[in-house]
Design a protein around this ligand. Structure first.
Ligand code: SF4
Length: 459
């Protein structure tokens, strides 16, 4: 960081800290000051648009107001300050400016978020895990992760999601979290390794916001993840709640648990436990023991979108449906707003798309963002005018096949091979896509008036 950047960043942090102090004293009264500040900080139109929407929701939807007030009053003040500095000040303001400059200078899109799986080692063996078939003996070293995160941060990426494997299995990640204290980290965890010591470490860092994987109540979670898992997750939540560390839940959603994970009882239980949000990921035909029958039926897929929207509009709880919220971000975000670095260093455009052209061990990150794979995907996005059919693997099945062939992508695990070369598997996916289309077309018209966020589509 040069002197000018340093002065800018220090001034910004002082302003944010001052607003946080106001918030601490009177969140109800001072939250508008926060929105004004964030709008001023945002440098790119995507961020400004997102902030304006949150501001509008805050004032118009009582449950959103309740959620934001709850976050402001229940979160440890030091965490809150760090969150605003890292997410708003760094990821949106200064990071947004850096990413925008690179885009303008050379038409290379640096993603907003980076997903990294430092290791595939895990203490559980969950059915249907997208990661189950990766080689567990491999993993990135501390030096490699350090280099990747340093490069990403210098390119303006200040939001990183840590996957695996089980992120809390990798001890050196605590050193990474500490070293990159200007980055917000979200590890997706099975929640079985939480102890008071782990929670204390997180409380001393203030830049790590875990997401617990839960497929429902005890019965559903333990049947997929193993006996006792649910209770350990509940314990992990209690430990974080006591320390004012915010956290959320991620739910892999299949035909079997769709009703449970979107039920009032489940959401109310999570609100009570202190969770602030749910991230829903529809079961995808990747990973171990692929079973297409687990995938949501066309009507269930649409229903998931409607229910998650209803939850966030009526309860003090934020929900994201990775697929049905695609219209708000212009369709598929693979290789444009995010990408995934797996434990061998291969850089995949999407966590579910097991293809790559480059390995980060042999190339700087910026050269990978400049690659044909990322540019080709971006040039084709959105793949479909109907953004309720955003995906290159299950909705627009030709895209992953054509793009991979054109840019000579290699597969990063077995389900990538099935997706690219197994004709029987491909025809099953084609059939699913054509069965889903009439449902998606109807919902696109009824729920979205056939309009998504076109500005976001091209990045
Ligand atoms: S490829 Fe599919 S799963 Fe991946 S980001 Fe795009 S829409 Fe989502």
């Amino acid at each position: 960081m040069n002197l000018k950047e340093h002065i800018k960043s220090s001034t910004r942090n002082v302003i944010i800290s001052r607003v946080c102090t106001f918030l601490e004293k009177n969140p109800e009264k001072n939250v508008d000051k926060l929105f004004q500040l964030i709008t001023k900080l945002a440098k790119d139109k995507e961020s400004k648009l997102a902030i304006t929407s949150i501001d509008t929701y805050y004032h118009e939807i009582p449950s959103v107001k309740e959620l934001i007030q709850n976050i402001l009053t229940s979160t440890n003040p030091e965490f809150l300050k760090k969150f605003f500095i890292n997410f708003l000040g760094n990821a949106i303001w200064s990071g947004g400016e850096k990413r925008k400059n690179i885009l303008l200078a050379e038409n290379t899109k640096v993603p907003f978020a980076l997903l990294i799986s430092p290791s595939m080692k895990c203490n559980l063996h969950c059915s249907g895990c997208y990661a189950a078939k990766y080689d567990k003996s491999k993993g990135l070293t501390y030096d490699e992760v350090d280099r990747i995160i340093g490069e990403a941060r210098d390119l303006g990426i200040h939001y990183m999601i840590i996957l695996g494997g089980e992120p809390f299995f990798v001890d050196f990640m605590y050193d990474i979290y500490k070293k990159y204290n200007d980055v917000l980290f979200t590890p997706f965890t099975n929640g079985t390794l939480f102890t008071p010591e782990v929670a204390d470490k997180l409380a001393s860092l203030n830049n790590v916001m875990p997401m617990f994987s839960l497929e429902g109540f005890k019965e559903e979670t333990d049947s997929r993840r193993g006996d006792g898992t649910f209770d350990m997750v509940m314990n992990g939540m209690d430990l974080l709640k006591e320390r004012g560390i915010p956290f959320g839940v991620s739910s892999a959603t299949s035909t079997h648990n769709m009703n449970t994970v979107t039920s009032d009882a489940f959401i109310d239980m999570l609100i009570k436990k202190g969770s602030k949000m749910n991230w829903y990921f529809m079961y995808m035909p990747v990973g171990e023991g692929i079973n297409i029958d687990n995938m949501l039926k066309p009507d269930q897929r649409i229903e998931l979108g409607r229910r998650t929207k209803n939850i966030r509009n009526t309860k003090p709880y934020f929900t994201i449906d990775f697929f049905n919220d695609a219209p708000y971000v212009g369709g598929c975000i693979a290789g444009k707003y995010y990408c995934h670095i797996n434990a061998t260093g291969d850089v995949e455009p999407c966590i579910f798309a097991h293809i790559a052209c480059d390995n980060v061990k042999t190339k700087p990150l910026i050269d990978i963002f400049r690659s044909e794979l990322f540019k080709e995907l971006r040039s084709r996005q959105p793949y479909n005018k109907n953004m309720l059919m955003p995906c290159m693997m299950i909705d627009n099945t030709n895209v992953i096949r054509e793009v991979s062939k054109k840019v000579k992508a290699f597969t990063t695990e077995n389900s990538g091979i099935s997706m690219l070369y197994d004709k029987t598997f491909q025809s099953k996916l084609d059939k699913l896509s054509s069965e889903y289309k009439p449902y998606a077309d109807k919902a696109w018209e009824e729920d979205f008036h056939s309009k998504g966020n076109d500005d976001f589509s091209k990045g």
